[in-house]
Design a protein around this ligand. Sequence first.
Ligand SMILES: [Fe+2]
Length: 329
Amino acid sequence: MDFAQGSSVRREDARNNASALRPEAASIPAMTSQTATPNRIEHQLTDKGYVPVYTTAVVEQPWSSYSTTDHEVWATLFERQQQILQGRASDEFLRNQRAMGMTPDRIPKFDDLNRVLRPATGWELIGVEGLLPELTFFDHLANRRFPVTWWIRKPEQLDYLSEPDLFHDLFGHVPLLMNPVFADYMAAYGRGGVKAHGIGPEALVNLTRLYWYTVEFGLIKQDDGLRIYGSGIVSSKGESIHCLESAAPNRVGFDLERIMRTRYRIDTYQKTYFVIDSYEQLMEATQPDFTPIYARLGSQASFPAGEVQDTDTVFHCGTGEGWLDDGDV
Ligand SMILES: [Fe+2]
């Protein structure tokens, strides 16, 4: 496979969300592996605005330093989302979350989760302080290391956070790493990201959209209806309901090049959600060399986030209610 990117963009959800993608920042010096000297930059200006902490360091999860309040925040968010996600999240997500032993009782220890995750798919969780430069992030994924922000949001941030925290990363991203096909997809994405990074910024833009519309905001078609698998959605109370039940957004079938041309929202709920038939479909779509695709897309205009295309398989054509006209990125 050869797709690239992964990451970039963080998301803030002005409407009750607390999700976020991974880093982004073209101006950060490229790091080639986690063995490079850790680099910490605060208040880094990126093309998505200021990133509060931007570091390449891998850290030990300081589990004993979590306060009672931290554990209570985890419990509150966990129980609330578990309730909302019944019948909304994909069966695979819910099943694997249980299999990993995540509970509301306390913030999970990365070491405990790794004892389950490693033998299942070869992935492991590593602790990080915050957002990573994109090449560092890709390198981790390519080597089956998933960076998890060690700190958790404050009680007053339950519904709104401007960067990924432990709840988003752990609750949202980690369960599907137990699925062998999705686990392969994520590693392939990392390898593709390293490659796209070498091709240039336009290729990274194309690949970032794929990450955004699948890993973060993807829907899947089950026999009993559409379900959520994207981590940006499952970690958000409001968007978990909005993406499936609101008439406003479009819900259309997965189409690789269409997605790579489609802009998205970082400040509101998505205008369009893309629906996969299976995780295998995702993996198969990313088998080809993306280099000629990037070259082809380079001469084509991007699609607005909310525009339905003639070639789309339409599950639902959105009413567009409440949409802002500008703000696509
Ligand atoms: Fe994320």
